[in-house]
Ligand binder design. Structure first.
Ligand code: GLN
Length: 494
């Protein structure tokens, strides 16, 4: 007889099916996850806050409704973690920053509301680089997160907490946010799946803004199927976010519907010259993944992405310019707070920017302010916008020849803690494969595709035209169905 799969090892998809069928209670699943958080989080540091009583209460509610034969939502009873950059009416919302410590949001993000309406059980909020600025979670002012595959390494960032929680199975699924790679890169470093949807597919209402024209919320999950399950819940127009798109024009698909069907006559674009910047182990894993598709009948076409080399420069001008404007509201004078125990809304003074913001946030506010200043606006900001357009047209042109593009997520696997944090430029340069996708506003996914000689996970990035998430997920699923990279567990997940 085979041993039954431990509850925490089930995918969100399997778990929700068993909970709905009454085979496992949500309380049991939630307890299993909370138990793992108790045991593993002190070392991994994935969570900034955990809500055991509230989670168990929600789980009991789901179990009661299932026992009574009532209908429940698509995530009924499934324990989920959210990055602490999304506003919740419960608990604190810190963005990994001292300036927001003690902030209790008077409203909740649309994605949080949607998760709750889908009957998910929110177990806690995860660590991140301060205001999502970083690629290693080392810029958090509130704690350190390590990579479950090797505690001496970073989990990636800025959604490092969500990726580490997922990798160590301290949740069944998680949400992250991605401005320049912050979902895909930590997913790749931690050996899990991360999807950045098309800009406008998911509401940003209640997502604390970093670079508003780039930010997008998306799932961090164990499998491609789970990413589709979560996207089904969070996608869609929101009247509270004017940049979320009209579903009459670009309808939301059922992302689970055609997922198991391989895409016929698939054409994959590869920009070999661009990919050559990755280290050998990463390149090899990507080439093998692409080869797997070729063997299964896909056609590989060589594409030219002449402007992607300028993506980092354009991104760091645009993102910091937007950040300098977005973060101006934390002025050290006032900020709305809801007091913890009452519902009353009070105005209190925040910490000054000097003591409230960390080094990287200050650096970016200065960079952005400089790029927007009247003397330099044309030379930097306007120029960066022009480059953004050229990058966008690189993708549009490429997609005339192929259905998707495959490339690395990051030039390296997870680097060591401390390795890059004192050299911001080095850290920025490692974002070369992810930021172009945000500048173009298109969707991208990271799926596990191998390991390097040190046993660290490697992610394959697949990018597709705007609003083709259904096909993107299908393509990613073809790889997942053929390989078992996603089934490996880090040592810390025992
Ligand atoms: N590493 C990039 C940055 O620091 C991306 C961060 C993100 O996607 N939030 O800006």
């Amino acid at each position: 007889m085979t041993r039954p799969m431990p509850v925490h090892d089930l995918t969100a998809m399997e778990l929700r099916a068993r909970i709905a069928a009454g085979q496992i209670s949500s309380v049991e699943a939630t307890r299993a996850v909370l138990g793992r958080i108790d045991r593993l989080n002190p070392a991994v540091g994935a969570y900034l806050s955990v809500f055991p009583e509230q989670a168990l209460e929600a789980a009991r509610g789901v179990d009661r409704r299932i026992a009574a034969g009532e209908s429940v939502g698509p995530l009924a009873g499934v324990p989920i973690a959210i990055k602490d950059v999304m506003c919740t009416r419960f608990g604190a919302t810190t963005c990994g920053s001292r300036i927001l410590q003690g902030f209790h949001s008077p409203y909740e993000a649309t994605v949080v509301r949607k998760l709750l309406e889908a009957d998910a059980v929110i177990v806690g909020k995860t660590n991140m680089d301060e205001f999502a600025m970083g690629s290693s979670t080392e810029n958090s002012a509130l704690g350190k997160t390590v990579n479950p595959w090797d505690p001496a390494r970073v989990p990636g960032g800025s959604s490092g907490g969500s990726a580490a929680a997922m990798a160590a199975r301290m949740c069944s699924a998680a949400l992250g946010s991605d401005t320049g790679g912050s979902i895909r890169q930590p997913a790749s470093f931690c050996g899990v799946v991360g999807l950045k949807p098309t800009y406008g597919r998911v509401s940003r209402y209640g997502l604390v803004a970093y670079g508003s024209s780039l930010d997008q919320i998306g799932p961090v999950t164990a499998t491609v199927t789970d990413a589709a399950l979560l996207l089904n819940v969070i996608a869609g127009h929101d009247p509270a976010d004017s940049t979320s798109v009209d579903e009459q024009v670009t309808p939301v698909s059922d992302y689970l519907a055609g997922l198991e069907e391989p895409v016929r006559d698939l054409k994959i674009g590869v920009a070999s010259a661009f990919n050559a910047g990755a280290e050998p182990a990463v390149r090899k894993a990507i080439e093998e993944a692409v080869e797997g598709y070729r063997a299964a009948g896909a056609e590989i076409v060589e594409i030219d992405m002449p402007h992607l080399d300028y993506a980092i420069a354009a991104y760091y001008v645009i993102a910091t310019a937007e950040a300098s404007s977005n973060l101006a509201r934390y002025d050290g004078v006032h900020c709305g707070y809801r007091s913890e125990n009452a519902n009353d809304y009070v105005e209190v003074y925040t910490k000054s920017r000097e003591e409230g913001f960390g080094k990287e946030v200050k650096r970016r506010i200065m960079l952005g302010t400089y790029a927007l200043s009247s003397g330099y606006y044309d030379a930097y900001y306007l120029k960066a916008l022009k480059v953004r357009n050229l990058i966008r047209s690189d993708f549009v042109r490429a997609f005339q020849q192929c259905d998707c593009i495959m490339m690395p997520v990051s030039p390296t696997t997870a680097f060591r803690s401390g390795e890059k944090v004192d050299d911001p430029l080095k850290m920025y340069l490692a974002d070369i494969y992810t930021v172009g996708v945000n500048l173009a506003g298109i969707p991208g996914i990271s799926v596990p595709c191998g390991f390097d000689e040190a046993g660290l996970p490697i992610g394959l990035q697949i990018v597709s035209p705007a609003f083709t998430e259904a096909k993107l997920l299908q393509i990613a699923r073809m790889h997942e169905a053929r390989t078992d990279w996603h089934a490996r567990r880090p040592p810390a997940a025992g």
